[in-house]
Design a protein around this ligand. Structure first.
Ligand code: WTA
Length: 659
């Protein structure tokens, strides 16, 4: 852990909640919010018990709320039984929601298809029955490598229905990354598509699965089920490969949902940490669903007639919580979008909001920043050219949103009528943790404001002591909450070390630096570890370094982040080759080669923006790479720090000038 936290610009503008959103809100007014926080603080078990009973359908009621006997391996509602899919679908069947549109799917090329809750239930049941017929059952693991589609939601829900633990891998990850995850999770099933369409281009997925499985160690995989998205020729492994439509064909459209222990794992989602390989964050059925549903209701103040659009891919946690689970459990109509915000033009998001009359829009700062630039340079695609009057609430997730981007979003997309909800949370937290509420919170651009009721967020120093207001420190959660990570799949030790270091008194360590202002508002200052945030995607510097040194030309590599106007951070790699220092065109060629190598090893999101070659890296006499200095060099700034502990200070000049 490092305490090197850069200070943030603290904004003084305050935007009080809009009166029309306060009235009738799920949490309405500051007093109501405070009362809920007090209720949770006075008796946390009673608070969570009430919410779990009121919001989830239980097959067998729980008698214990929180079991701390094996802390930090907390168990929530641990003797209760329920089913996540039944709570998202079956629950609505005998209600008016049954005939309501569940998903409006818009493909890359603009074709729209939709399903009602009843139809979605039938499709999930048919596919679940098909999986059962193939012999799959609770506890097995399925890799899902699908594009944004109704089928992706069907696959996740069908797994949840049977208790098959899914692990969704983002379609932008390489076959190598897919392989790593398939092996780590011990998958017996892979669900993929022939290809995905993005920005008018077809990108093969099944071929990547074939490559991954050919890398060895995936012997447990019995089937690869393929959703036919694009059509055309495919390599086919008879006996192993099956079409998704064939698996569902002829199956009954009801399928009993398995009554599962609330602690049964719902999914494992890999995310980057500061060391080693990505870690498999494991979530539990009961707690995860409760927290997804509550935050969907509280944060977005979801109403029956809302049209909800979370633009995140199901390959990330946001697409789990706010596409596959939360909105369905809340009975909302939501948009699922296959494509990219820039195709066929940069007005795509605004045009879709207008056409589908979206009322709640949730996206990432990186999208806002790039669309801001595009709108300023091509006024035709400026959001003011579209009718966005259906919007009531707009949100942001994944990385800090800088005050300028916040203001642009607030003015131009929200029309100064919609609160901007800057939601802070993580793969590990399951759902929102610190966020404004539309009916409660005065907004300050750049702050994620206040913790949700039941969440004891705090800022502490290295010894776990609270720091004063206005001082930076580690963001922690002092109490467990139902939606929290349960363990790292296959590595309970790493779970303890990463999130509950002994010196922090048993608090959950988020890995972010933060500070609170005099109103108690939280301001996130970025990661305290070697994790980068590139376009809202977490990336470990170690992962990129390992990928680079796996290349035959590379002797050593160090990777750091550089602040970037659009992507938040950009990857900068300092590379020592095991040959003479290349110059000119040759250096460019090798850099290009290494960039595509990283794309192949991890995925295009990990490609270094900038590669600098040097004869060495700046190291201390004990051989430790001085990343702090590399970050300064990466920014193109002059080094003002003391470099006397460096073994080879001259190397800094070389790297500063390198291309
Ligand atoms: C960062 C995404 C500032 C943070 C849901 C966190 C944020 C990491 C915000 C988790 C925000 C997420 N303001 N930073 N509103 N939201 N982050 O696991 O560093 O992909 O630790 O979860 O993103 O990223 P993850």
């Amino acid at each position: 852990m490092s305490t090197e936290i850069e200070s943030v610009l603290i904004e003084n503008r305050v935007f009080p909640p809009f009166p029309n959103l306060v009235e009738g809100a799920a949490i309405s007014g500051m007093d109501n919010y405070q009362a809920m926080c007090d209720e949770a603080r006075r008796n946390p078990d009673a608070f969570w018990e009430r919410l779990a009973r009121e919001n989830l359908v239980w097959d067998k009621a729980f008698t214990q709320v929180l079991d701390t006997s094996e802390a930090p391996f907390y168990r929530w509602f641990g003797d209760g039984e329920m089913n996540v899919s039944a709570n998202c679908l079956d629950k609505h069947l005998n209600t008016p929601v049954a005939d309501k549109t569940a998903i409006i799917f818009e493909s890359d090329d603009g074709k729209v298809t939709s399903v009602t809750y009843k139809e979605l239930h039938a499709r999930v049941c048919q596919f679940a029955n098909g999986l059962k017929a193939l012999g799959y059952s609770a506890g097995e693991r399925a890799i899902i490598y699908l594009p944004m589609s109704i089928e992706a939601v069907v696959a996740m829900q069908a797994c949840a229905r049977l208790g098959i633990i899914h692990s969704v891998v983002f379609g932008g990850f390489s076959s190598k990354s897919l392989h790593e995850r398939t092996v780590d999770v011990g998958a017996s099933l892979v669900i993929t598509a022939d290809a995905q369409m993005r920005g008018g281009k077809s990108i093969p997925l099944k071929a990547a699965v074939d490559d991954a499985l050919a890398m060895g160690g995936c012997g447990a995989v019995r089937n690869v089920i393929v959703y036919q998205r694009v059509g055309g020729q495919l390599d086919w492994n008879n006996g192993r490969d099956l079409w998704m439509h064939d698996v569902s064909a002829g199956q009954p459209d009801t399928c009993p949902a398995a009554s599962l222990n609330a602690e049964h794992p719902l999914f494992i989602l890999y995310t980057s940490g500061s060391t080693g390989k990505p870690k498999g964050v494991q979530h539990a059925c009961g707690g995860f669903l409760l927290w997804s549903l509550l935050t969907t209701k509280w944060t977005f103040d979801a109403k029956d007639d809302d049209v909800f659009w979370c633009t995140a891919d199901v390959g990330w946690v946001t697409g789990h919580t706010y596409v596959a689970y939360g909105p369905l459990a809340a009975g909302l109509t939501q948009i699922v979008f296959e494509g990219v915000p820039t195709y066929p033009d940069v007005g795509r998001f605004w045009e879709m909001i207008q056409r589908h009359k979206v009322s709640i829009f949730y996206t990432a700062p990186t999208a806002i920043r790039s669309l801001t630039k595009a709108a300023e340079s091509t006024p035709k695609y400026h959001p003011r050219e579209y009718d966005l009057s259906s919007l009531r609430i707009i949100g942001s997730v994944g990385e800090p949103i800088n005050p300028e981007a916040w203001m642009w979003y607030y003015k131009n997309v929200g029309g100064e009528r919609c609160p901007v909800l800057d939601t802070w949370w993580q793969t590990e937290t399951g759902a929102h943790m610190i966020t404004p509420l539309p009916g409660v919170t005065p907004l300050k651009p750049g702050s994620c404001t206040l913790p949700l009721p039941g969440i004891e967020a705090a800022i502490v120093d290295e010894a776990g002591e609270d720091v004063e207001r206005g001082k930076g420190g580690f963001l922690v959660m002092k109490r467990p909450w139902p939606g929290m990570i349960r363990t790292i799949w296959g590595d309970p030790e790493r779970f303890k070390q990463s999130y509950f270091p002994p010196e922090l008194k048993g608090y959950y360590l988020a890995g972010d630096g933060a500070q609170r202002d005099s109103d108690g508002y939280f301001w996130i200052m970025g990661r305290i570890d070697d994790v980068l945030n590139v376009s809202g995607h977490r990336l470990g510097t170690m992962e990129v370094e390992s990928a680079l040194v796996a290349h035959e030309l590379v002797a050593e590599a160090a990777v750091v982040g550089r602040p970037d106007d659009t992507t938040g951070e950009a990857v900068v790699a300092f590379v020592v080759l095991n040959r003479t220092l290349p110059e000119g065109d040759e250096a460019d060629q090798i850099a290009a080669q290494l960039r595509s190598w990283v794309a192949k090893e991890i995925g295009p999101i990990a490609k270094p923006r900038d590669i600098r070659f040097g004869e060495n890296l700046p190291k201390t006499r004990s051989g430790k790479i001085m990343r702090r200095l590399l970050r300064v060099v990466a920014k193109g700034e002059r080094i003002t720090q003391d470099v006397s502990t460096l073994e080879n200070p001259a190397i800094l000049d070389q790297l500063s000038q390198a291309r």
